[in-house]
Design a protein around this ligand. Structure first.
Ligand SMILES: Nc1ncnc2c1ncn2[C@@H]1O[C@H](COP(=O)(O)OP(=O)(O)OP(=O)(O)O)[C@@H](O)[C@H]1O
Ligand SMILES: [Mg+2]
Length: 243
């Protein structure tokens, strides 16, 4: 049975999709069978970030309607399987049907990572419907941390009690100069345990949206790998030296 993780944030543009791609690749590199599900209805991005859009024919709306078999809707994204989001909303997309649809992939994968849309209402509950745990992504600023706290609360109400925080685009000097909220205070504001800190990394900003691979020394990539190890239950100490 696959572990199903929703990547959520509340506020938009904080790095959910980038983290989804990074973690999927890191888990795949560990030999795991990984399915990435884009749940950003109408605003999908994973096909571009994985540089796999050319092969797209179906999306999960087709699977949910029974218009295609579950596996035929998935495309190969460098060893990771990708299930794209529909381009339009539909009244047929309900939380119970989403749960059933994702359950069809349970046996074929070790991990199913679900990239949530921004916000904590509407389609957010579709993304959370099938998840058994959540990663809440936040940048260390007041607006984002408050919305991450709301996302954490909404996820708990939706029955996702296993939640962890990922602080993204962190910059230690900025936190030391009070331009960013420090790590302890960020954890307190969101109210869930930290699973990792991903540094600000221009390689993510400039290469990932083009679908280009990140260089071996990318600090964000190293952080994604450590988070993947922790997801797998390894005891990898949190280190803030290279932030
Ligand atoms: N660690 C990082 N370092 C530098 N830039 C980053 C990092 N993480 C994400 N970014 C950049 O932040 C921007 C937003 O990232 P992304 O699209 O992953 O956010 P999102 O939360 O999925 O957005 P949306 O809410 O619109 O779906 C992108 O330009 C991305 O390249
Ligand atoms: Mg996104």
């Amino acid at each position: 049975m696959a572990k199903k993780i929703v990547i959520a944030s509340g506020k938009g543009g904080v790095g959910k999709s980038s983290l989804t791609v990074g973690l999927c690749r890191a888990l795949h590199a560990r030999g795991r069978r990984v399915l990435a599900v884009d749940c950003d209805l109408g605003l999908r991005s994973l096909d571009l970030l994985f540089s796999a859009g050319g092969a797209l024919v179906y999306d999960w709306g087709d699977v949910l309607r029974g218009a295609c078999a579950p596996e035929s809707a998935c495309i190969d994204a460098g060893g990771v399987s990708l299930l794209a989001a529909p381009l339009r909303e539909s009244a047929e997309f309900t939380a119970p049907r989403m749960r059933e649809m994702i359950a069809e992939y349970d046996a074929a994968y070790d991990y199913i990572l679900i990239d949530a849309p921004a916000g904590v209402v509407g389609e957010f509950s579709l993304a959370a419907a099938a998840a058994d745990s959540a990663l809440i992504v936040a940048t260390a600023d007041g607006v984002c941390l408050r919305s991450a706290g709301r996302a954490a609360g909404t996820l708990r109400e939706l029955g996702v009690s296993d939640r962890r925080l990922v602080l993204n685009r962190f910059h230690r000097a900025a936190a030391e100069n009070s331009f960013l909220v420090n790590i302890d205070e960020s954890i307190d504001r969101v109210g869930v345990q930290l699973i990792g800190v991903v540094p600000e990394d221009p390689e993510v900003t400039f290469r990932l949206p083009k679908g280009d691979p990140l260089p071996k020394k990318s600090p964000a990539q190293a952080a994604w790998r450590r988070i993947a190890g922790r997801i797998e239950g390894e005891n990898i100490p949190l280190s803030f030296k290279k932030l």
